[in-house]
Design a protein. Structure first.
Length: 318
């Protein structure tokens, strides 16, 4: 059962579905219940299929890197895994077709990108990393297209940050696989630059946004310190607390442990999971922000209507 979980990766599936759900909420979309169910089914199947095709292509390297974690190639033959992949490919396309022809086309593009990345571009350093991260983000960007919302309304900064973290996760995965990739002559950033140089690059890529977020947090506090400590505005205190606990402290800790991994005192597997946890925290922080904004707009609506009635009453009386 544990091996099956490693292949399906339910936490990754749940993460993609949660991001899609928050996108629907953020854009105030109201899809039909039937369409939404088919959309989530197609998304979940697509994510699992992507995991399987990557595991098939990484089989030779994984035999060297992590032989104890292999499921495909041991419990499930490569031929059976390929059959399962194409079955899932077909089921995802059919599920998307139940929504619309456009959804069928978009989901098919996502699956083809996954296939091309695993079979062809995985051999190319940097390009494969960029594309794999882009496929996950694209699986979220198709939400506005399928449910007829303008992409101009989409929170692009969230997409950029999510893409950046996904790229870092892919880089850590390549660093963990450097031994097997080197033996099998599969090009990657760590194979070309070396494990130590790649770890240093990873640390710099995490340190730079850490300094940016810490600096932004200090600036925010310096601007609103009066509201926090003198007026004691509850909303400002909550905003600062959320920023500190869900953004600043986690990314600062991540910068620290990446440095420790660079000097060989921190597990890369643990670091990869911590990056995924940071991505989940970012999604949760985004979700809380969306809920607060929508809740505030709902509360203000009756006040606005009441205000119009009050301002209109003197005119009526006169």
């Amino acid at each position: 059962m544990k091996k099956v979980i490693q292949v399906v990766r339910p936490w990754n599936v749940a993460g993609v579905l949660a991001a899609q759900g928050m996108t629907i909420y953020n854009l105030s979309l109201e899809p039909k219940t039937q369409d939404l169910i088919w959309f989530l089914i197609a998304s979940a199947i697509t994510v699992v299929a992507g995991h399987i095709i990557r595991d098939i292509k990484d089989y030779e390297s994984d035999q060297i890197n992590e032989p104890e974690k292999l499921w495909i190639g041991k419990r499930l033959s490569l031929e059976e895994a390929r059959y399962l992949y194409w079955t899932l490919f077909f089921l995802a396309s059919v599920s998307a077709f139940m929504i619309s022809v456009e959804a069928y086309f978009l989901f098919t593009v996502v699956q083809l990108l996954q296939f091309v990345n695993a079979v062809v571009l995985k051999q190319l350093p940097i390009v494969g990393n960029f594309l794999m991260s882009g496929v996950v983000v694209y699986a979220i960007l198709i939400v506005p297209e399928i449910f007829d919302a303008p992409l101009s309304d989409y929170p692009w900064p969230v997409v950029y940050i999510g893409y950046y973290i996904l790229f870092l996760i892919e880089l850590v995965s390549d660093i963990r696989s450097v031994k097997g990739d080197t033996i099998n002559r599969r090009l990657s950033i760590p194979v070309l630059l070396g494990k130590d140089t790649s770890l240093s690059m990873l640390w710099v890529l995490i340190l730079l946004p850490t300094l940016l977020f810490v600096g932004g947090f200090i600036y925010f506090v310096s601007v609103y310190w009066r509201s926090m400590f003198i007026v004691m505005e509850e909303e400002t205190i909550i905003a600062v607390s959320l920023m500190l606990s869900m953004v600043v402290l986690p990314i600062s800790y991540l910068s620290y442990v990446t440095y420790r991994a660079r000097i060989g005192k921190h597990s890369l597997y643990r670091l990869q999971n911590e990056l995924k946890f940071l991505l989940a925290l970012g999604m949760l922080y985004w979700g809380i922000g969306l809920f607060s904004a929508n809740h505030e707009s709902i509360e203000q609506a009756p006040t606005s209507d009441l205000g119009l009635q009050i301002s209109a009453s003197p005119i009526t009386l006169s």
